[in-house]
Design a protein around this ligand. Structure first.
Ligand SMILES: [Zn+2]
Length: 213
């Protein structure tokens, strides 16, 4: 075990509990117990989103996964990124220059203490040996929560929420987010990046509400 693994072992108590249901159990390579392993639904390719070259997701956002994502986002349990990221895979033909987590508005990030998508992005960069870029895209509009909105309302709410803050001309970018619902957030990100001259924009999320098509 190298030093990095040792530190991870201390910081992330993944040997003790299933990362999805939090029960003490024998966990598999995804850091989950056998009950959760039976329950989860892997999704891979999902809905199309305007402007996105390819979108892939890890898990279906069912009740069990939803509870884990809640703890990941709002209870400071950043180690859950280790579990979720094991279900996230990029396509063999994806040409990626850099990995960009969907940013939170800095007010929200400060309140929460972290951006959960950034933890996922870190794991993906580690897995595929890709560079992380957290300075490329910023969120300039602190949008209200979109949970109960229709797709049209979401699109209006998120319009002009992002800005590029570095040169993206000709770049192939992989966007990382935790959950894709209607795709309005990713759609707005890709619009912003393409407007600034990005070439291909891919997206990879930990979960999706949509079933496989
Ligand atoms: Zn479990």
């Amino acid at each position: 075990m190298d030093i990095k693994e040792q530190i991870n072992k201390i910081v992330f108590p993944r040997d003790k509990k299933c990362m999805l249901c939090e029960r003490e159990a024998i966990i598999n390579e995804h850091f989950i117990c056998s009950d959760c392993a039976d329950k989860i639904i892997r999704v891979y390719d999902t809905q199309r989103i305007l402007g996105i070259s390819k979108l892939r997701c890890g898990l279906l956002y069912d009740e069990n996964v939803k509870k884990a994502v809640w703890r990941f986002k709002y209870e400071g349990k950043a180690y859950i990124a280790y579990c979720l990221a094991t279900f996230m895979t990029i396509g063999d033909d994806w040409q990626i220059d850099c990995v960009v987590p969907v940013p939170l508005h800095k007010k929200r990030e400060k309140k929460r203490g972290y951006n959960q998508s950034m933890y996922l992005a870190e794991r993906i960069c580690e897995k595929y040996e890709l560079p992380l870029n957290t300075n490329l895209l910023t969120r300039v509009k602190d949008t209200t929560t979109q949970t109960d909105m229709t797709r049209e309302e979401r699109l209006a709410n998120i319009k002009d929420a992002f800005r590029t803050t570095a040169n993206v001309k000709g770049a192939n970018i992989l966007l990382i987010d935790d959950v894709v619902t209607t795709g309005s957030t990713l759609e707005e990100c890709v619009k912003t990046l393409k407007r600034a001259g990005a070439n291909e924009v891919y997206a990879l999320t930990a979960c999706t509400r949509a079933t496989q098509r």
